[in-house]
Design a protein around this ligand. Structure first.
Ligand code: ADP
Ligand code: MG
Length: 402
């Protein structure tokens, strides 16, 4: 689960991380009121969407010469003008895809002078089973490009969970960022705040790009100017307060609906809908569809206890995708018996008035009974014997129907 920049910054500030002052706004009036509460004289109006690259992004409705999704304003009138232009319009960035994302929220924040921009991120490193800190002096721009062309400029420091964050980690990050003296101390403090946030919220990633040196009247200050925070969805049950930060308008509607039925669904680009139980079997099913020259329209794991309600909901969600031209059901009856699943499939197919070819491969307890139910259902269900057979059949059925 991802959250907006302003939510991430409010969260980080609670853990002592230095962020410039800022206030979220849902309307032009709120944007101006927010700016009035900031010290000025420089404001930044930032589009809040779940995608990076906003600064260099373009608004679909405004033409190529218009400014992007991160804009400086020197007066309240400029804040108002930017807010008017941005709210309700569609921002296209390297991370949104061509469709872009509608801007419904803004963040009005203090404009700061920037001396230098760094990259700093915390993530779960699966190879070492540890939290890794990634630091680079090359912040503010495309970090993937830095990693590709100058990998020596990316430093990775892993944290042993047995000791937790130690002072030497702070020193290592400061060194990676070429910082000394007071700035090194500020970097260590920011790292500590990020690490505490990471653990306390069961985060999966915290990405700061840029972390910036900002010259101020009181000397150089390190500030987090952009923050992207994602949480481990499997841990959300113990963070009810964080669940409230979810912005459903940022998510695929089908994925939101699927999560209501406790179905693991991810939309993909192909034309063959898949309904499978178990993530491993779902991956194998997607692989074998590809092996037969077609592409899956989704990943869908209905889980171990695939009830009739779940199967019906899954059919409906798959069929809402206009790209779907056929469905492959691949279910192993272990916890659930095949005859119960077959009844669920038949009932669901009738209820949704299934109009695309359906291939079903059942295996496991009571498989013969299950196949009988499918065969005598009166529906045009194509039975399959194994995974390879199922994939061949659905690809052939879709080609025939086209
Ligand atoms: P994105 O990564 O989506 O483009 P950022 O928040 O990183 O958005 O903003 C893009 C750039 O805008 C930053 O690299 C920084 O140079 C500048 N910027 C962001 N916030 C501020 C701020 N508060 N004051 C001054 N400049 C800022
Ligand atoms: Mg950024």
């Amino acid at each position: 689960m991802n959250i907006h920049e302003y939510q991430a910054k409010e969260l980080l500030a609670k853990y002592g991380v230095a962020v410039p002052k800022g206030i979220a706004a849902m309307s032009v009036e709120e944007a101006v009121a927010a700016a009035k509460q900031l010290p000025g004289p420089l404001y930044v109006v930032k589009a809040q969407i779940h995608a990076g690259g906003r600064g260099k992004g373009k608004f679909k409705e405004l033409g190529p010469d218009a400014k992007g999704g991160v804009r400086l304003a020197k007066t309240l009138d400029e804040v108002e003008a930017h807010a008017k232009e941005m709210l309700g319009n569609t921002l296209v960035t390297v991370q949104t895809g061509e469709a872009g994302k509608q801007v419904n929220r803004l963040y009005i924040t203090d404009g700061v002078d920037i001396g230098k921009e760094f990259y700093l991120a915390l993530l779960v490193d699966r190879a070492t089973s540890r939290i890794a800190v990634v630091a680079s002096t090359e912040g503010g721009m495309d970090i993937e490009e830095v990693a590709h062309s100058t990998p020596e400029k990316i430093h990775t420091i892993t944290i042993d969970p047995a000791t937790g964050l130690m002072p030497h980690h702070g020193r290592a990050v400061a060194k990676a960022l070429d910082l000394s003296g007071d700035l090194a101390k500020q970097a260590a403090k920011i790292l500590e705040g990020l690490y505490r946030t990471f653990l306390a919220t069961d985060a999966s990633q915290i990405e700061i790009n840029p972390l910036a040196i900002c010259p101020t009247a009181e000397g150089d200050k390190l500030y987090v100017l952009d923050a992207k925070v994602g949480f481990d969805s499997n841990a959300m049950f113990r963070h009810k307060d964080l669940a409230d930060l979810r912005d459903l308008t940022e998510e695929d509607p089908a994925e939101v609906e699927a999560s209501e039925y406790d179905l693991a669904y991810i939309k993909l680009d192909g034309n063959i809908g898949c309904m499978v139980n178990g993530a491993g079997l779902a991956m194998a099913t997607m692989d074998i569809i590809k092996l037969n020259g077609a592409f899956p329209a989704n990943f869908l794991d209905v889980g171990g206890g695939a009830s009739k309600e779940k199967v019906t909901a899954a059919f409906k969600i798959i069929l809402k995708d206009p790209a779907v031209q056929g469905i492959l059901v691949n279910i192993f009856g272990g916890i659930m018996k095949c005859d119960i699943i077959a009844e669920g499939i038949v009932a669901a197919a009738k209820e949704v008035n299934l109009s695309v070819p359906l291939v079903v491969r059942l295996e496991g307890t009571n498989v013969e009974k299950g196949k009988e139910i499918l065969a005598s259902s009166g529906l045009a269900i194509v039975p399959a014997n194994d995974l390879g057979d199922a994939a061949k059949k659905i690809v052939a059925e879709v080609a025939k129907a086209a």
